[in-house]
Design a binder for this molecule. Structure first.
Ligand code: GLC
Length: 569
């Protein structure tokens, strides 16, 4: 069922090249435009769980655990010096294409290994930034969202132990009592970050976690739980080890996270209502309400949970809830968050104050709220999911992470995915500029900046979360490019990053309209900038890795789209 092929890299170390567990998913995508197909693909694998339609409920996880590596504490004691940092993937296909190992790869692996955090002798995560020149704040912690690209790099390099340890440690943290002042948080909440405290006198180590109660602005890490589920799927896909996900503790962890989001309430929409700063943009930036990043991650976590949940008593009930929510969420997102030229023109001509279910302008969006820039930004062919949709509220800004995750999770239909890539190509100067990739576009300035950010000096125009450029986003772009059969776009972006990233000391973000300046308060040696680069390189080199982070379209979730994304004059 699951097979593994091994190959020998020049330093003689055997490493995993291809797990067929993640390959089959690629079958549906157009690889004809890739320079070459990866070798050793076993396409005869059984139907993947992601291919199951939503009406075709799971009957439990298959017992394919051929790769399950027993967790051996004695052997897994981490010693940074044991690892060279140069046991990195090199071009394994030998087809002489553009995959010569770049000198930055070795340096990046070294830095990534230096950022590893150990707890009682086991690696459990990577620190956010290894930068001693700036005030540490919480950059000396392991952030859940930041660890995702690190985890993918380790999985792609055949080193799943740290990922397994991370999943289990954060799961333990989830069961902690979580309190802000006198208020208890929901049981399912996953931490934003955690830290290992060393007591040199007693020679002990303890973990401390932050669920938002210490974070600047006391922001809720809504994305953490979703990333945790997505990572558990990536681990399972990549290793073929289903035993971790099948553990009752993990099953319970998934249920707790999702019951925070699926409980019935006052909502009139299937999207998830959130406070500002609940995701990668963890400061006040006008992303409260229904931000695209959370909706896309929510969708991907629901799809991942369908793959991971066992159909026993509580799992079965939850799966039924998930199926219903997926239908409603995909319909809502594909219909109301989607913007292309035709839809823009429709909004421009909207009537307002329509009452009853026959309303065309369902959210009572005022055409006057259309910002000037969006008319120039929208290409003839192309489109994207807008930042937010709520009552009389449409945030027209482009957000990179949400749109890439929409592609990877197949929240975006094939046509919408193509349209998003078309938009990135047509608006290259704005979205990529001199350093990939704008976290959002455009910046908010002047009076609007004062109102929306509360005069936040870290988020001035074209800086940090306010349309700064974040190298970490490279991995998401690359994965989306491969999924849509357009790896040349990713290659172009990576080449740009390679001109500066290492020279500038792997900054957290860049500032300026085209991303020319190292960010005002950017940390150096930012781990997810490093890991994001590595993942992007490894995905391009071996596109079969995509399976661990991409989910196929579910035919049952076909959109009822009246608009065509390829609509032109
Ligand atoms: C900043 C970023 C956040 C990240 C954290 C650690 O707060 O906004 O997304 O997780 O730094 O790198």
């Amino acid at each position: 069922m699951f097979t593994i092929t091994v190959d020998t890299v020049p330093n003689g170390r055997i490493r995993k090249v291809d797990s067929s567990a993640s390959v089959h998913e690629l079958g549906e995508y157009d690889f004809s435009r890739l320079p070459d197909k990866p070798k050793n693909l076993n396409l005869d694998r059984q139907r993947s769980f992601d291919e199951r339609s939503l009406t075709d409920l799971p009957s439990g996880l298959s017992g394919a655990d051929a790769f399950c590596r027993a967790f051996d504490t004695a052997d897994s004691v981490y010693s940074p010096s044991k690892r060279s940092g140069y046991n990195t993937p090199t071009s394994q296909f030998g087809h002489g294409l553009a995959f010569e190992p770049h000198p930055m790869i070795g340096e990046a692996w070294d830095s990534l290994r230096r950022s590893m955090v150990c707890f009682r002798g086991q690696p459990v995560g990577t620190i956010a930034a290894l930068d001693n020149s700036e005030e540490k704040l919480n950059y000396d912690q392991v952030f859940v969202r930041d660890f995702v690209p690190s985890a993918l790099a380790f999985l792609m390099n055949g080193e799943p132990e740290i990922v397994k340890n991370f999943i289990l440690k954060t799961l333990r943290l989830q069961s902690w009592e979580k309190k802000v002042d006198q208020f208890h948080l929901g049981a399912g909440v996953m931490p934003a970050s955690f830290k290992v405290l060393h007591d040199p006198i007693r020679n002990t180590e303890t973990l401390i976690a932050d669920f938002g109660e210490s974070a600047i602005g006391r922001v809720a890490p809504v994305d953490s739980g979703f990333w945790w589920i997505i990572l558990l799927r990536a681990y399972t896909k990549s290793t073929g080890d289903t035993s971790l996900a099948e553990m009752p503790e993990c099953q319970k962890g998934i249920r707790l996270i999702l019951s925070l989001c699926l409980s019935e309430g006052f909502d009139t929409f299937p999207t998830l209502l959130c406070a500002d700063g609940c995701c990668m943009i963890d400061r006040r930036m006008g992303v409260y309400g229904y931000p695209i990043e959370i909706q896309a991650l929510f969708f991907m976590a629901l799809r991942s949970a369908m793959f991971l949940l066992k159909q026993d008593g509580p799992g079965k009930e939850l799966i039924e809830q998930i199926v219903k929510r997926l239908h409603a969420l995909s319909y809502h997102m594909r219909s109301y968050f989607w913007l292309d030229l035709k839809q823009l023109n429709d909004i421009y001509r909207y009537k307002t104050e329509e009452y009853s279910h026959t309303a065309v302008n369902k959210f009572n969006i005022m055409p006057d709220s259309l910002p000037e820039w969006v008319f120039d930004f929208m290409p003839l062919s192309g489109g994207y999911f807008v930042g937010n949709v709520g009552p009389s509220n449409m945030d027209f800004r482009w957000f990179c992470l949400g749109n890439c995750v929409a592609i990877l999770s197949s929240l975006a239909t094939k046509e919408q995915s193509t349209a998003i890539m078309d938009l990135i190509e047509s608006r290259w100067g704005e979205l990529v500029g001199e350093m990939p990739l704008k976290v959002c576009y455009p910046a908010i300035e002047n009076h609007e900046w004062r109102i929306v950010t509360g005069c936040d000096p870290k988020n001035t125009r074209w800086s940090y979360h306010n349309a700064g450029s974040w190298p970490v986003l490279l991995w998401l772009l690359t994965a989306a490019c491969i999924k849509t059969g357009r790896p040349q776009i990713a290659r172009r972006a990576i080449e740009l990053a390679e001109t500066r990233l290492s020279r500038d000391g792997w900054p957290e973000y860049y500032d300026g309209k085209v991303g020319r300046f190292v960010g005002k308060q950017a940390r150096k040696n930012q781990t997810w900038s490093i890991a994001g680069y590595l993942v992007a390189k490894m995905l391009l080199e071996d596109p079969s890795h995509l399976g661990m982070i991409s989910i196929e379209e579910d035919k049952q979730l076909k959109p009822v789209l009246k608009r065509s994304s390829s609509w032109t004059f």
